[in-house]
Design a binder for this molecule. Structure first.
Ligand SMILES: [Zn+2]
Length: 618
């Protein structure tokens, strides 16, 4: 057993990555198991030994170490299989020569990654290691101390143990002074755990950004009072802060939806990012009801009614941008859940060239929207990025020389210089009705959010034939099917064949995270089908920059069909969609899947994404 004065221990401690350790050696006994935490995995209960220690201790701080002699950092590195003995010896030599901590040198020399060093520290001092890139934060714990303290101590409270002990993620989990301070600040027992300094910095940065935007929500809100009044009296209440931080986090991560899901135990908070749901936080059951109530108050939903689904909405200003939120509550068996759809109107309209179309496709599309009349249709299922494409088209032709009118459901982005209307079926404002009214207002370009019925289809086609450029969307699986769909809706083939100039079909695929993508093995079937070679594909891995998903952002895969004379003739004689497709391909139309494979070859997305998006068409 080492004592505080044992010079050997001192030198070993100094050899850790973090030097402040030296003045607080591990004299107090505590038993803690090393566990690699995975999402939702519970930490083991602190053993009896630590509880006894707490009682006697003047402070309510956990103790460092498990009573074993602290081993040399090099031994732990070798034992965990992170490096060879030789590599470690080399680093120790350099550390001695440069008077640096061995851990630091091991990382500098590329022998260890930051996360491996954190594991080494955990193993060495008998603490837990937390992989922050996958660990689910308990926002209730995070909110216990303010950002200033988080930054000052370089420590983030990430959750609670069963007995209410606060779990603290630190790059230097042996810093007893910091642990002590945080115990005092929170009035809780604190147990430190080792985290990679890289992960910790990313997390602190993320939390800082979230906090900054919340402050602005609160401070900049006076002019938004008609949307949502913050009650002065309870402005600082933890539950309001918590709700704000959930929303701010969602906006920070460009999430489209927030799910606050009740379960048997704790409540889960999930965000839909790039079309995929992932859990970001858990809320203690005791907090859950107040969080749901707060969301209901904000959305002007009847707070006392918990047995029926309700709808509402509210608006916030986040970083100076107005964000509308639509809320639906559902009475589920485990309690009420809230589902928030974020409509961020400040999102900039993208340029045509940023849609991710390849040259040929972009040229075809640009040619069609530059014409003074005719119809250009964008097709795909809900959430396939059709509106983004239409907005990009409007942005490209919006030079002030043409009157542009839109009717949308809802207006997703506001474009300067474009006259936008929103459908309001309850007030009698439908796509068809709005479209008819628009035509009387002398427009050059008309954008109809969606063609859902025969009446809208008919007016749109007629408008395209009477000197207007018409842009709209349809729900069809591919480009040729759009012509078939219009025929099915009862539109005369001669009208379709002369009105429709171009059809774009699209899906959104996730873009591989540039920081962690790795070469993948291409399945045999695809090798045969598309002539891909092994070296030509990448797959996702997952790192802290992409929240362990392996992807960051999304891009479109496209199929752009120019309606040629041959295709017009096929429509006139009621040809099948297959015939139309064959002719279009003969004229150089690249199928969506082929476009996807080209993007796999370019290292932009994965085969898994293309398979996901193109095998389940609609
Ligand atoms: Zn990544």
């Amino acid at each position: 057993m080492p004592s505080s004065t044992d010079p050997d221990v001192k030198s070993q401690l100094a050899a850790a990555d973090h030097e402040r350790v030296g003045d607080q050696p591990n004299t107090r006994a505590q038993v803690s198991e090393l566990s690699l935490l995975r999402p939702a995995e519970r930490l083991p209960e602190p053993a009896a030994g630590s509880a006894g220690g707490m009682g006697q201790s003047a402070t309510i701080v956990q103790q460092i170490g498990d009573g074993r002699p602290v081993r040399l950092i090099g031994d732990v590195v070798v034992e965990l299989g992170f490096a060879t003995r030789e590599k470690v010896e080399e680093a120790v030599e350099i550390a001695r020569a440069q008077r640096k901590p061995t851990g630091q040198v091991l990382v500098e020399q590329g022998v260890l990654r930051h996360d491996q060093l954190a594991r080494v520290v955990a193993e060495r001092f008998g603490l837990d290691y937390i992989d922050l890139s996958v660990y689910e934060l308990d926002m209730g714990a995070v909110n216990l101390i303010d950002m200033e303290a988080i930054r000052r101590y370089q420590a983030v409270p990430v959750g609670f143990l069963e007995d209410g002990t606060l779990l603290l993620a630190m790059a230097d989990p042996t810093n007893v002074l910091s642990i002590d301070d945080i115990a005092m600040l929170t009035g809780r027992r604190v147990r430190s755990a080792s985290a990679s300094i890289e992960d910790l910095n990313i997390l602190i940065m993320r939390l800082s950004r979230v906090e900054q935007s919340i402050e602005e929500v609160v401070e900049e809100d006076p002019q938004e009072e008609s949307d949502f009044q913050i009650d002065e009296a309870d402005k600082d209440a933890p539950v309001i802060k918590l709700v704000h931080s959930i929303i701010a986090e969602a906006i920070e991560q460009s999430a489209s939806d927030i799910h606050i899901d009740p379960g048997e135990g704790d409540m889960r908070v999930l965000l839909r990012i790039d079309g995929v749901l992932s859990q970001t936080a858990t809320l203690k059951r005791s907090m859950a009801t107040s969080v749901i109530s707060r969301v209901k108050i904000m959305s002007e939903i009847d707070i006392s009614e918990r047995r029926v689904p309700q709808d509402g909405r509210f608006a916030l200003t986040v970083n100076g941008r107005r964000v509308d939120v639509r809320v639906t509550t559902l009475p589920l068996v485990y309690g009420e859940g809230a589902y928030l759809r974020i409509l961020d109107k400040g999102v900039a309209v993208r340029g045509l060239e940023s849609l991710g179309m390849q040259r040929t496709e972009q040229d075809r599309f640009a040619y069609a929207i530059a014409r003074p009349n005719g119809a250009v249709l964008v097709t795909g299922p809900t959430g396939s990025g059709k509106s983004t494409t239409l907005y990009a088209a409007l942005g490209a032709i919006n030079d002030g020389s043409r009157s542009i009118l839109t009717i949308e459901d809802p207006v997703e982005s506001r474009i300067a210089g474009v006259k936008q209307m929103q459908v309001a079926p309850k007030a009698g404002m439908t796509f068809a009705g709005g479209l008819r009214a628009m035509l009387r207002a002398d427009p050059d370009v008309i954008m109809v959010g969606e063609i859902r019925d025969r009446e809208t289809a008919h007016i749109a086609v007629e408008a395209a034939l009477t000197g207007h450029l018409v842009l709209s969307t349809l729900h069809t699986r591919d480009a040729p099917s759009a012509l078939g769909r219009l025929m099915d809706m009862g539109i005369e083939p001669f009208l379709i064949s002369s009105a429709i100039d171009c059809v774009v079909a699209q899906r959104l695929v996730r873009v591989l995270c540039p920081h962690c993508k790795q070469p993948s093995k291409v399945p045999e079937s695809l090798l045969a089908e598309y002539g891909l070679y092994e070296s030509e594909a990448f797959e996702s891995a997952g790192c802290t920059r992409c929240s362990a998903t392996g992807y960051r952002g999304r891009m479109g895969i496209y199929e752009v069909m120019s309606v040629s004379e041959e295709i017009r003739a096929l429509v006139l004689r009621n040809a099948s969609v297959d015939e139309i497709a064959a002719t279009a391909m003969g004229q150089g139309m690249r199928r969506m899947r082929e476009d996807g494979i080209a993007k796999v070859r370019a290292g932009q997305t994965s085969i898994a994404e293309i398979e996901r998006m193109t095998t389940s068409m609609l």
